[in-house]
Design a protein around this ligand. Structure first.
Ligand code: KIV
Length: 284
């Protein structure tokens, strides 16, 4: 567990310092585990749509679900900073709507900051959210909410002009006041360039080793997924395989009568048992 509560100013101050760790968590046990490991930031990511709800894209998850998942994470009272994704269409209809929705994530969910996907186009809504005293984390590169506009989940910024545009987006976000920027799915050199160009910490996912921090999806780090992971994922455990093995053993023990054992059963006192059996003749 982090020694002290991780704060937005604390993360901002980590630019160029000890690398920042962030993982997603979507529920109470996930938050407890992430916090026990001393992770700096818990992201209640809209990847919950794919990872937990089995949806095809993050476009399917809404504000109400994000509030519920954030509340579950916050019940763990993590030392980690809790940042929640603003789901698709909760910040596209104008600054007022965006502030109202970000406010609900904070007031009803307990989010300590929100993450907004997109670059310069999103500056007016980001400024409005910041004006409401809600810290904002930016997100550039492969932004999954733009899956249809991008024509699929593809590495972004491979061409010079696209890379320059992304650097401009990141600069504009930093100037607008975001406290950190996620860079997702870009060539390592672009991750490095953006990190040099902006004065706030960058947190990479598939953006090479030179960002100020790294983020991975909880289920990917722990090997709790399907077993097929993108190139940028390093699974540090194979918990899905372990879970299957454990459940197979449970099934076998139940079927053979090995479970539950005497030690795993509750017992009546001898007097109560004798009294009870009197009414039933010679049971047992
Ligand atoms: O929703 C999510 O998990 C994310 C991370 C990939 C950064 O946005």
């Amino acid at each position: 567990m982090a020694e002290e509560k991780v704060t937005v100013p604390g993360i901002r101050a980590r630019k160029g310092g000890t690398r920042i760790t962030m993982v997603t968590a979507y529920d109470y046990p996930g938050a407890v585990v992430a916090d026990r490991a001393g992770i700096d930031i818990i992201l209640v990511g809209d990847s919950v749509a794919n990872v937990v709800h089995g949806m095809e894209t993050t476009l399917e998850i809404g504000l109400e679900e994000m509030i519920i998942h954030t509340r579950a994470v916050k019940r763990a009272r993590p030392k980690a900073l809790v940042v929640t994704d603003m789901p698709w269409l909760t910040f596209h209809l104008g600054p007022e709507d965006a502030v109202r929705n970000a406010g609900r994530l904070v007031r009803e969910g307990g989010a300590e900051a929100v993450k907004v996907e997109g670059g310069r186009k999103r500056i007016p809504v980001i400024q409005a959210i910041l004006d409401a005293e809600i810290p904002v984390m930016g997100h550039v590169g492969l932004t999954p909410q733009s899956v249809h506009a991008m024509g699929g989940f593809k590495v972004q910024g491979r061409a010079v002009e696209a890379a320059r545009e992304m650097i401009e987006d990141a600069r504009a976000l930093a100037e607008a006041g975001v406290f950190a920027i996620v860079i997702e799915g870009v060539p390592d050199m672009l991750g490095q360039l953006i990190t040099k160009e902006v004065g706030v910490p960058t947190i990479g996912i598939g953006a090479g080793p030179d960002c100020d921090g790294q983020v991975l999806v909880f289920h990917d780090v722990l090997g709790l997924g399907s077993g097929r992971y993108p190139k940028f994922v390093r699974p540090y455990a194979s918990l899905a395989d372990e879970a299957v093995e454990a459940l197979k053993r449970f099934k076998a023990d139940v079927e053979s009568g090995e479970f539950p054992s005497d030690a795993e059963s509750y017992h009546l006192s001898d007097e109560v048992a004798a009294e009870l059996l009197r009414g039933f003749g010679s049971a047992g």
